[in-house]
Design a protein around this ligand. Structure first.
Ligand SMILES: Nc1ncnc2c1ncn2[C@@H]1O[C@H](COP(=O)(O)OP(=O)(O)OP(=O)(O)O)[C@@H](O)[C@H]1O
Ligand SMILES: [Mg+2]
Length: 385
């Protein structure tokens, strides 16, 4: 017999003892995960420093540092996706693209005992959502499926389609793992509910999935036949608009030949140093300022020297958006890129009003920064000539 659970919008009231216990357990889980990831960063960096002459080893160690950093980022995203109450931007997305990306990600670490099947229709299935959240949603469900299959293996299938009316997008993730017992099923969407061992799960995966589905005005349902199969079925309102294509990645020929001058503003010495090295490596001239007023002074003193300002968002005294606004008043054509973590800076539209040309989310890949620089400098050239 199969049982099912649908979303449980259990909004919290007061802090009960049980909740405090859960919170303690969660904090221990997160601390454990972060400690492991930091150990990975520290150990591999040390190894790379010792072995920098052995290119193969050093590269491998640095790739592992990158991997650990990505995992730490994912963990933080998971926690903040759940606690976040502000609105993150939604765009029209073709879910087929999200699934294609998931498939590529999963291919790397699915064990040979698992058969992964991804079915997508020939026609686009678009929804209004946030791409990284949708990615997170699909990954969380797939990860649960894979964990359920374990070493024994089985099949994990992801199926995208629409309902009969064509007005709703339907996404199904199912696995042939051990299933979910009927007494547990009603609790799986609860934040911090997990049956996994310390360090293997924080119990936030499905709570985050549930919240993302809710934010998109959709529904989710879990059905399980213990010993045979578990299916998560999501329905989201379909959008009939066409997605806006992403700008193509820059090629080496797109990189600046004439060494544009960038003013880098960041109060964190480590980020400033890293930013400077990245910009040099991309072929720019770099000047640095430690805060907003110093940056303003520098632009006032050399009004025609800088081609672009690249600034952190959260800084004491003057924030990145405030700096953008003040610079806009004196040099409205100077491109401004804001580097921001989560949503500490306000909505995209508001920031553009302040004179922010491009927004780069932290932590970023060098490629996305390169693309933002290119876009901002390209747009500035167009208005100038
Ligand atoms: N496909 C599945 N098969 C069997 N059990 C599942 C499946 N998906 C979820 N569960 C059960 O639901 C619980 C909650 O899942 P959820 O994704 O929220 O947290 P988690 O996987 O335990 O931890 P995290 O996702 O934070 O790493 C799991 O611990 C597991 O007991
Ligand atoms: Mg999970």
């Amino acid at each position: 017999m199969s049982t099912h659970a649908s979303q449980s919008p259990d909004e919290t009231e007061s802090m009960t003892d049980e909740k405090l216990l859960i919170l303690g357990k969660l904090a221990r889980g997160i601390a454990h995960d972060l400690k492991n990831l930091l150990a990975g960063v520290q150990g591999n960096t040390e190894l790379a420093l010792r072995e920098y002459k052995n290119e193969r080893l050093a590269r491998k160690a640095m790739a592992n540092v990158m991997l650990a950093a990505r995992s730490a980022h994912e963990l933080i995203e998971q926690i903040s996706a759940y606690s976040r109450h502000d609105n993150i931007p939604h765009k029209v997305l073709d879910l087929r693209e999200i699934l294609a990306f998931t498939e590529r990600l999963l291919e790397g670490f699915v064990s040979p005992a698992v058969t992964l099947k991804v079915h997508v229709p020939d026609e686009p299935v678009c929804v209004l959502a946030n791409a990284s959240q949708m990615q997170q949603l699909v990954m969380n469900l797939c990860q649960n499926g894979l964990q359920a299959l374990g070493d024994k293996g089985g099949s994990l299938s992801v199926r995208l389609g629409t309902d009969a009316s064509g007005e709703r997008a339907c996404l199904e993730v199912s696995d042939t793992g051990p299933g979910i017992a009927a007494n547990i099923l009603p609790r799986i969407f609860d934040p911090y509910f997990t049956t996994k061992e310390l360090g293997l799960g924080t119990g936030l995966g499905l709570a985050v999935v549930h919240k993302i589905v809710q934010d998109c005005g959709g529904t989710i349902e879990a059905t399980s036949t213990p010993g045979r199969k578990t299916t998560f079925a999501i329905e989201l309102p379909r959008s009939h608009e066409t997605p806006v294509p992403e700008a193509p990645m820059p090629t080496p020929e797109d990189y600046p030949q004439d060494k544009k001058a960038i003013l880098l503003v960041d109060d964190e010495p480590i980020m400033r140093g890293l930013g400077m090295d990245i910009l040099h490596s991309l072929g720019y001239r770099v000047s640095v300022a430690e805060n907003g007023s110093e940056a303003l002074e520098m632009v006032k003193r050399h009004p025609d020297y800088f081609d672009l300002v690249l600034s952190d968002s959260k800084m004491p005294e003057m924030s990145g958006p405030e700096l953008a606004e003040q610079l806009y008043a004196i040099r409205p054509t100077l491109p401004f890129i804001l580097v921001t973590a989560f949503n500490d800076a306000g909505t995209e539209a508001k920031l553009k009003e302040f004179g922010v040309t491009e927004i780069v989310q932290k932590p970023f890949l060098i490629e996305s920064l390169a693309r933002a620089l290119n876009n901002a400098l390209g747009a500035a050239n167009k208005t100038a000539g």
